[in-house]
Ligand binder design. Sequence first.
Ligand code: GDD
Ligand code: MG
Length: 352
Amino acid sequence: DKYAVIMAGGAGTRLWPLSREHKPKQFISVEGMSSMLEQTLARITELIPPDKCFVITNKNYAELTREVLKTIIPVQNIILEPLRKNTGACISYAALWLERRFQTGSVCFIPADSFVNNKYEYLNAIHQAYRESINSSALTIIGVNPTYPATGYGYIKIDPSKPSVSNHISRVLQFKEKPDMATARTYVESGAYLWNSGMVAGNLQTFRTGIQQHMPEHFNILSAVLDQSDSPSYDSSIEEAYSQLPDISFDNGVLEQSSSLTAIKGYFDWDDIGSLDSLATMIGQDSSGNAVSGSHIGMDTHDSVIYSSDILVTSIGVSNMIIIKTEDVLLVCPKERAQDVKAFVQLLKRIG
Ligand code: GDD
Ligand code: MG
């Protein structure tokens, strides 16, 4: 059988102030569109029946998640984590949980924060990933052509000389998570790398052995607690278990360490709406290059991202700026500083 797990427990700090601690980006909707989480689920349920689709998120978002998803998937398919310990914990917990429940099958993990333009090609790549993973002891990751030297993504070096089954499927020569700018430039120029879309598929046994081999602490701690999942004190024991887990992404913890990975090249337009400048992709740009959501009137205003949840925003002689007005915050930031929002939020937290 085939299962899909959507990962929706991240904080999405770089999208502040649109994305907030109590309502991170996967739950927000822009311009009357449904949230990224709903869009992700709507896409995947065209391939996988709703009762085999799961969502894993933080317990703080339980209500928010149930509210939007209960009409699409059974509420029992929402897996809750007691603490935020990154995708290393999220994928390990969900994969081991699924194996205990269903014993065998293939699973594809899908981030809830992707923007996808060509649904058909997207589903086609996922379909191939499932097919590839049935009898394989390698995890399969889905990559897309990189368009610029992004430092916020993982890079997949594919082996063009040895296309295994078709030229869409290749052995992975190297996986590098979030390289620095200089390295990202050489990767993109070389033409040998794909961006990691964040989707990873495999059969449940392959996930288990990968976790056991590369993140033994996760494996031991989570296996032990899952063995007691029938006990009444499960909630407190899973919290205790999570508090001991190292905070590491699955990309750093498993994918970078693994010597046998398969990559599928996807032919869809894709963007991780990871920072405020990329909102332009989601909102769409007008003839002046502005991406506007909410009311705005500008004179000589170009190539900017402007969002307002309520008031009219006006601007004169503004270019390459991000202006975000939410209920309680106004942020003004040059587009080129969009990546600094994360550090800025840390600073705000320290100031209190
Ligand atoms: N349940 C749960 N728990 N979900 C989480 C957690 C967690 O602790 N942490 C993150 N997530 C979810 C996020 O909500 C997001 O949907 C997905 O997992 C990926 O996490 P991000 O934090 O957004 O990762 P990233 O964007 O920095 O990097 C990953 O995605 C890139 C593509 O978007 C990596 O896989 C990169 O290699 C990849 O290029
Ligand atoms: Mg992301």
